[in-house]
Design a protein around this ligand. Structure first.
Ligand code: FAD
Length: 307
């Protein structure tokens, strides 16, 4: 049933059942806050004094809950809860050739260390993306995996944007007031394309990351050796936004996948991802060492996967 509740202080809470109804409400109330699991919005209102006069719960909108696969990859609706995403990815990994599911496996492994089950049962894919937290565990992976965001405005026009371009700054995404995130498209990986997740927190379970990362490399065979033909190296927890290690990426392109590449990349990473002594979060030396050790682990893991 669609719901419209009126609360204390004139707060309105809607639960539409159709996408068109969401768009109508968004055009009537451009400042309305969409909400799914309320695990971010609830913290903002309870602990950070945020006040929203109009809340639109988009939990029951079918178009935002799609989970489908086609010949190019996966479509994941913005309202899909993380527990459902885990179940879907397990099925996808069982049904598809190994080389196509490297990204799916990386996301599934990262979800294992994402919050507890109570949170994952209600928290959504879109809620995590649109919050654009600098320590989001999934955003570096969407970026590295070449995911594409599908966005719709109140007039029903759809546009797409690569995840790498979607995050603009601290908790800021490329989404206008009259737009909603519809879904994320996750492309299949190709042969010799490898995607890996990283997260280091104080505790193993149910803790926020000190540093996390998503990394992807596409190799090609060249005269008996392996050459990098495409690469994405993204870190979280090191800046106000998930950060592309762009100098390192440029260095890696067309290099042979060998020990020289590893040593060169570790050197460039130190200039590329800089943590100043007064960076928020502290533990600077430890976090610097995590930045390097994640890449070292990625290099070792990919090398192992190839043989
Ligand atoms: P909501 O709070 O419902 O919404 C969040 C934001 O997204 C709002 O601004 C909302 O307007 C916007 N939004 C939602 N859907 C759309 C849409 N379709 N279009 C446009 N905007 C939209 N995060 C991690 O990355 N890793 C963790 O390990 C982790 N652990 C946590 C542990 C706890 C105890 C808690 C409380 C949170 C944790 N989080 C973690 C953060 C949070 O759970 C995730 O970011 C979660 O995915 C948010 O989803 P939600 O549905 O609850 O978002």
């Amino acid at each position: 049933m669609p719901l419209c509740l009126h609360g204390f202080g004139g707060v309105k809470w809607y639960r539409p059942l159709k996408l068109q109804h969401v768009l109508d409400l968004k055009s009537r109330y451009p400042d309305a806050k969409l909400v799914v699991g309320n695990t971010e919005v609830g913290i903002e209102t309870k602990f950070k004094n945020a006040q929203y006069q109009v809340l639109i719960s988009v939990t029951h909108v079918p178009e935002l809950n799609i989970l489908s696969m086609n010949e190019n990859g996966l479509d994941i609706g913005a309202s899909v809860r993380l527990t459902l995403l885990q179940q879907f990815l397990r099925k996808v990994i069982m049904q598809h050739p190994v080389e196509e599911t490297s990204s799916s496996k990386a996301i599934l492994r990262q979800l294992k260390w994402f919050a507890g089950n109570q949170i994952k049962n209600v928290a959504s894919v879109g809620g995590n993306i649109c919050t654009a937290s600098p320590i989001s565990d999934l955003n570096p992976l969407w970026m590295a995996a070449g995911a594409i965001m599908r966005i719709m405005n109140c007039k029903g026009n759809v546009r797409t944007i690569p995840a790498k371009e979607f995050f603009l700054g601290y908790r800021k995404v490329d989404l206008a007031n009259d737009e909603v995130l519809l879904s994320v498209f996750l492309p299949w990986t190709r042969s010799l394309e490898f995607v890996k997740e990283f997260k280091q927190a104080h505790r193993r379970e149910d803790d926020i990351a000190l540093v996390n990362a998503g990394m992807r490399v596409l190799l090609k065979q060249d005269c008996g050796s392996w050459e990098v033909s495409d690469v994405s190296i993204i870190y979280g927890g090191v800046a106000a936004v998930s950060l592309i290690a762009s100098k390192t990426e440029s260095f890696l392109i067309k290099k042979k996948w060998d020990n020289n590449l590893l040593q060169g990349a570790l050197k460039i990473l130190q200039e590329d991802i800089v943590l100043t002594e007064d960076a928020p979060g502290g533990m600077i030396e430890f976090r610097k060492s995590l930045i390097l050790s994640f890449f070292f682990k990625f290099f070792s893991w990919v090398t192992n996967e190839m043989y």
